[in-house]
Design a protein around this ligand. Structure first.
Ligand SMILES: [Ca+2]
Ligand SMILES: [Ca+2]
Ligand SMILES: [Ca+2]
Length: 418
């Protein structure tokens, strides 16, 4: 049933184009819609077979982790996600620009980015209740780091302009779990990089005007840039370019940040009709298409020479608000797998200051495995299917290159010998 239901990729709108080309933008807004997520896509956790004796009881249902070669990368397979934990670093900051995050979800709460200049006793589940008595930097009503945001501890809700980017939609929590759900905690599943710091930036309002969604996207990008994110995950987009959005991502590039963006769910070629931000010609962007478990491009996935890689996107299991789990489909999900892989690769730098988006992009693109060679898939994606194991091999080879930043793969090497 899930195969027939596509999740709508969140749309962005031109910002500066509003004044210059009102008729065009108005046309875009009329064309786009924001249906709520179908309830049938939500699979409550109590309906799934769970064995609490397992480290991550739902992991066997997560076909995508096998597809991207995560278990292959971390042999032996006895406790693969435990080894995955040690290969990921809390020094890597991933900005998830989306619908917010369930910051009290047991799979997500330990992997949140925390703004140290605004931190204190902030505790997601009880924070709102205790806010009146709170006196520390997290809730003193003062912009302690003078970044223009008061009490921004884990990110920002640009929709409501408050420091609690809670996810009432589901999409952002699902994306966050794919990237970095906690491993080996006796709950749920595990992200591709189960130790990471997720900066929660909420831009999307399903009931709001599309123009505001783009405006908030740009604000969120600037926040991520300013606050030191290494990677931005943007599982959304739109058919028209916006100079303000592009300028924000050019700033990300100048700061050395990687941007992973969805190719879109329109089932068309981005070479003919670009999809932004994925299609901006910036070398710090990776554009992602979606495949099923047979390595076939989903009919709903966009494709083209400008689409760099494919990743799992059909009936993907991940975290949902309220401590739940469920499946979603689309290039949004595929994008998150590539972001998780990028975070894992970024963790291999001995010093996160060596973070190099060009190196990571090279490892990701050269480490792919091939799409099946048939008429349906042939040349639809420029490189192939994302592979964590293949990319780690590329990273390992990088150490032999002159002038390359130092990376630490000793742990992986030891595991491979065991
Ligand atoms: Ca602040
Ligand atoms: Ca404060
Ligand atoms: Ca888990």
């Amino acid at each position: 049933m899930f195969e027939k239901l596509g999740i709508v990729v969140l749309m962005a709108f031109t910002l500066t184009g509003w004044a210059k080309e009102p008729s065009l933008v108005e046309k875009r807004i009329k064309q786009l819609n924001y249906p709520p997520l179908p309830e049938t896509l939500f699979v409550p956790s109590e309906n799934l077979p769970v064995s609490t004796s397992q480290l991550d009881p739902l992991i066997s249902q997560d076909w995508a982790l096998t597809s991207i070669g995560l278990f292959e990368a971390f042999t032996p397979l006895v406790q693969p996600l435990k080894t995955g934990v040690s290969s990921c670093s809390k020094n890597v900051i991933v900005a998830v620009v989306d619908t917010g995050i369930d910051y009290s979800h047991p799979e997500l709460r330990d992997n949140l980015w925390v703004n140290s200049a605004e931190s204190g006793s902030w505790n997601p589940p009880s924070h709102l209740a205790s806010q009146n008595s709170c006196r520390d930097k997290s809730c003193n009503g003062i912009d302690d780091d003078n970044n223009g945001f008061i009490d921004d501890v884990i990110g920002w809700d640009f929709v409501n302009d408050v420091p609690f980017p809670y996810d009432t939609h589901g999409h952002g929590s699902h994306i966050s779990g794919i990237i970095g759900a906690t491993a080996a905690n006796g709950v749920g599943l595990a992200g591709v990089c189960p130790r990471v710091r997720i900066m929660a930036l909420k831009y999307y309002d399903s009931s709001g005007a599309g123009f505001n969604n783009l405006q908030n996207t740009v604000k969120a990008f600037h926040y991520a840039n300013k606050m030191g994110a290494h990677i931005i995950n943007y599982s959304g987009g739109g058919a028209e370019a916006a100079s303000a959005e592009r300028m924000a991502l050019e700033d990300s590039k100048s700061r050395g940040m990687l941007v992973v963006a969805a190719a879109g769910n329109d089932g068309r070629s981005n070479d003919i009709m670009p999809y932004y931000p994925a299609s901006y010609p910036l070398d710090n962007i990776i554009s992602v298409a979606s495949i099923n478990r047979q390595d076939q491009l989903l009919p709903s996935s966009n494709f083209g020479k400008g689409v760099h890689v494919a990743a799992p996107g059909l009936s993907v299991l991940s975290t949902l608000p309220g401590g739940r789990f469920g499946m979603m489909t689309g290039t949004s999900q595929a994008t998150a797998f590539v972001t998780g892989a990028a975070a894992l690769l970024a963790s291999q730098f001995k010093d996160i200051k060596d973070f190099d988006y060009q190196a990571i992009k090279t490892w990701l693109l050269k480490g792919v495995r091939s799409m099946p060679d048939n008429s349906q898939n042939n040349t639809l994606v420029s490189n192939g299917i994302i592979s964590v194991s293949g990319s780690l091999k590329q990273a390992k080879g990088w150490t032999t290159q002159k002038g390359a930043p130092s990376i630490a793969l000793e742990a992986t090497k030891k595991r491979n010998r065991n």
